[in-house]
Design a protein around this ligand. Structure first.
Ligand code: PGA
Length: 252
């Protein structure tokens, strides 16, 4: 079984004092060399949290990066800047970016290409809305979102790619997908990657995200194609996040 990857998505939460306390508690509680753990924090706090994580086994990530190289793009953040601040991961194509900020499949794909070129591991989010699931379109939507990325991604990026399946209806709602439903979609994604990459697809971590909590983490992580989680709300509570990391460790 692959080592589980547990990624925290703090979203637009935090502050200097809260970040310090949360990061300290996580550093203290995370067992060495168990699950791979990454904290994806808001841009302004990357330096603060990055400094605290130095010398630890926990990695630093951002929650977005630009599809452009540096230049006249007011308000954007280039992937190389994130690397300079110590990031090794970046979340791209989160449904909140797609739905609230109009990011398109092509834009997400272009961001992935830039992130890979800068040396970041992109956590590419895909997932269907409630309406799409009700209409039986889950696999079609996930495939469309992922194909857009795979169509433009260079072959060398395969070793860095991470995919997060995040059904939109499960994010922040307390209604996680059942382990069986999540596994079914993960298996579908694995199959798609297999067709495109061949055996290389086995090494691509497939994370599940959407209301992962201490109570459901073990059952989700026990599924053969669920390689870890992308954790929103529960990542802001040290005890909950550590319990989810511990659930991942049990599977290693
Ligand atoms: P949630 O968010 O755990 O709060 O549902 C997950 C995410 O949006 O990445």
């Amino acid at each position: 079984m692959r080592k589980k990857l547990i990624a925290a998505n703090w979203k637009m939460n935090g502050g200097l004092v809260a970040n310090r306390d949360l990061t300290q508690a996580i550093l203290k509680g995370v067992p060495e060399n168990a699950s791979s753990v990454v904290l994806c924090v808001p841009f302004p706090y990357l330096a603060q949290v990055g400094a605290m994580l130095q010398g630890s086994s926990i990695a630093l990530g951002a929650q977005n990066s630009s599809e452009y190289g540096s230049g006249a793009y007011t308000g954007e953040v280039e992937a190389g800047m994130l690397v300079e601040l110590g990031c090794s991961y970046v979340i791209l194509g989160h449904s909140e970016r797609r739905v609230l900020f109009g990011e398109t499949d092509d834009q997400v794909a272009a961001k992935v290409v830039k992130a890979l070129a800068a040396g970041l591991r992109p956590i590419v989010c895909v997932g269907e809305s409630e309406l799409e699931r009700a209409g039986g379109k889950t696999k079609e939507v996930v495939e469309r979102q992922l194909e857009a990325v795979l169509d433009v991604m260079p072959d060398v990026g395969r070793a860095s790619l991470i995919v997060a399946y995040e059904p939109v209806w499960a994010i922040g709602t307390g209604r996680s997908a059942s382990p069986e439903d999540a596994q079914e979609v993960h298996l579908h994604i694995r199959g798609l990657l297999q067709r495109r990459f061949g055996t290389d697809a086995r090494g691509v971590p497939l994370l599940y995200g959407g209301s992962v909590k201490p109570a459901n983490a073990s059952a989700l992580f026990a599924k053969p194609d669920i390689d870890g989680g992308l954790i929103g709300g529960a990542s802001l509570v040290a005890g909950d996040f550590l319990a989810i990391c511990a659930a991942g460790d049990l599977m290693n």
